[in-house]
Design a protein around this ligand. Structure first.
Ligand code: 13P
Length: 249
């Protein structure tokens, strides 16, 4: 049985003081034993939010990192810097980073490898555009993204990875993929993982759905056999996040 993992991607929202106040309240409300809960916060909030999550089971995550430990990379943040704050998860290859910040399949792979060798768990994002879905090439695109992201990663390491399936057309649009659409692709991803590794490893890897997840659609999505949680954007900044985490109550 894979433990569900529900991560909030705060994106570029809240000031550090707002983030601290929200996290202090929400971490206590999301302190549940049966789900892994993660707050993926902007870097400048790591200090105040780590203080808020520490007394709870909520884990700390970030939304990006560089694949080198140090060097002339103006404006970047490395894994040894993150370790200082007790960061456990790092989102890699979000479609917004691919679209606006030149993230490529190659940098996604380098970052995933670096995260794993630094003891961080990468949440590797994949997802098709509306044009790709309409042309019927969704699974070809996802297969390529997943294979390239995991290139050179051993089965033991891959078992720790979280994959987030986020159809680009469903992000921030209020258009959720139907549970059938989400399950179909997540099941397809698990097949790709079994091809790359083996059934056992594929069955260990947690696959999240992301894209307009709310308190009203979470339980249906999580009831699907291949959906092991969610990567939540907008709703992770509101009271709804607690309801998503407590979907089974
Ligand atoms: P929304 O939940 O706002 O659609 O965002 C999804 C997302 O991009 C999470 O990473």
């Amino acid at each position: 049985m894979r433990k569900k993992i529900i991560a909030g991607n705060w994106k570029m929202n809240k000031t550090p003081l707002e983030g601290k106040a929200f996290a202090t309240d929400m971490a206590v409300r999301c302190d549940v034993p049966d789900v892994d809960v993660v707050f993926c916060v902007p870097f400048v909030m790591l200090c105040p939010v780590s203080g808020a999550t520490k007394p709870t089971s909520v884990a700390l995550g970030v939304q990006n990192m560089h694949f080198e430990d140090a060097g002339a990379y103006t404006g970047e943040i490395s894994s040894p810097m993150l370790a200082h704050f007790g960061v456990k998860y790092v989102i890699i290859g979000h479609s917004e980073r691919r679209a606006y910040f030149n993230e490529t399949d190659e940098t996604v792979n380098k970052k995933a490898i670096k995260a794993l060798s630094s003891g961080l768990i990468p949440i590797v994002c994949c997802g098709e555009s509306l044009a790709q879905r309409e042309q019927g090439v969704t699974m070809e695109h996802i297969r390529m993204q997943v294979k390239l992201a995991l290139a050179g990663i051993s089965a033991d390491d891959a078992a720790k990875v979280v994959i987030a399936y986020e159809p680009i057309w469903a992000i921030g649009t209020g258009k959720t993929a139907t549970t059938d659409q989400a399950e179909e692709v997540c099941a397809g991803i698990r097949k790709v993982l079994a091809e790359i590794y083996n059934e056992e490893t594929a069955n260990q890897i947690r696959i999240q759905y992301g894209g307009s997840v709310t308190a009203s659609n979470a339980a249906d999505l999580f009831a699907q056999p291949n959906i092991d949680g969610a990567l939540v954007g907008g709703a992770s900044l509101t009271d709804d996040f607690e309801k998503i985490v407590k979907y089974n109550q």
